[in-house]
Design a binder for this molecule. Sequence first.
Ligand SMILES: [Zn+2]
Length: 54
Amino acid sequence: MPSCPECDAAVSVGTDAVKGEVVACPDCGAELEVRETSPLTLALAPEAQEDWGE
Ligand SMILES: [Zn+2]
């Protein structure tokens, strides 16, 4: 089971996870993106906020 890069908690990701899928860490709530599926690697997802400028 991969661990959260933010808090190191175990994050359960379905075996059918696909690259690019975003899951939330159950512990700290960080959004984690599946970077690789073999081996399963998680990385903090980039902020989803759209920057439309001020
Ligand atoms: Zn976490």
